[in-house]
Write a protein that binds this ligand. Structure first.
Ligand SMILES: C[S@@+](CC[C@H](N)C(=O)[O-])C[C@H]1O[C@@H](n2cnc3c(N)ncnc32)[C@H](O)[C@@H]1O
Length: 211
């Protein structure tokens, strides 16, 4: 199957992305719905999650992505691979996260990754960025105590901005110091991480835990 071609970026503030997703029945989606859940926000083609789901069948994985053709493609591949601990949803995280998290089985959300999320590095596009204070507050409400949040970016000011929003929330403890020296705690690299590192460029990271 050749990869589906999609627009490079979409504007999350556009009217067509305003409608939040409807709640889902997790018992129908995952073979073991009570397993811990890892949420990957802005998952693109989902290859990171496909590898994670194969490596750790004792976790469930959910990828959220605003470019619908990528989600359709990722679901088709997941079905072919027979991965019953992995699912993808087309949504705009900035208006769908709260209803989605509310619908989860209580206590299951135990890890969140937000990796290279933003093409919006100009200041006039700051409102389009994914990690807004409201998103951090929604994650704080539904993450189980001790859960990990892992952030990565190839643009240092964007990593610092995302990280500061978690630092400013009283429910999160920062577990990392220098963004340039923080290793990736996970066993799989994302596509963007691989291409950035292959070009010899820096990756900036931060790790948080939920109190
Ligand atoms: C640069 S890609 C990185 C993909 C992947 N995480 C990686 O590291 O290879 C960022 C992804 O986040 C998605 N994204 C950006 N804003 C979003 C939003 N508000 N809701 C859902 N997905 C979003 C984009 O469509 C894009 O696929």
């Amino acid at each position: 199957m050749s990869p589906v071609r999609v627009r490079q970026h979409v504007n999350p503030l556009a009217i067509k992305y305003i409608k939040p997703i409807a709640p889902l029945d997790w018992e129908k989606i995952y073979a073991q719905p009570h397993q811990p859940l890892h949420l990957d926000i802005g998952c693109a083609r989902g290859q990171f999650l496909m590898s994670m789901a194969s490596l750790t069948p004792e976790w469930n994985f959910l990828g959220l992505e605003i470019r619908e053709p990528l989600v359709e493609e990722a679901i088709a591949i997941t079905n072919k691979l027979n991965l019953t601990n992995l699912h993808f949803l087309f949504c705009n995280v900035n208006n769908s996260l709260a209803p989605l998290l509310k619908s989860l089985l209580p206590g299951t959300l135990q890890r969140v990754t937000i990796q290279f999320p933003d093409p919006w590095f100009k200041n006039r596009h700051a409102k389009r960025r994914l990690v807004q204070p409201q998103l951090v507050a929604e994650l704080a409400t539904y993450l189980s105590p001790g859960s990990m949040v892992f952030l990565q970016s190839d643009i240092e000011p964007l990593l610092v901005e995302m990280s500061d929003r978690f630092v400013q929330h009283p429910d999160f403890i920062c577990q990392s110091q220098d963004p340039l020296l923080t290793p990736n705690p996970l066993p799989v690299q994302t596509e963007r991480e691989q291409t950035t590192l292959a070009r010899g460029e820096a990756v900036y990271r931060a790790v948080f835990t939920r109190r």
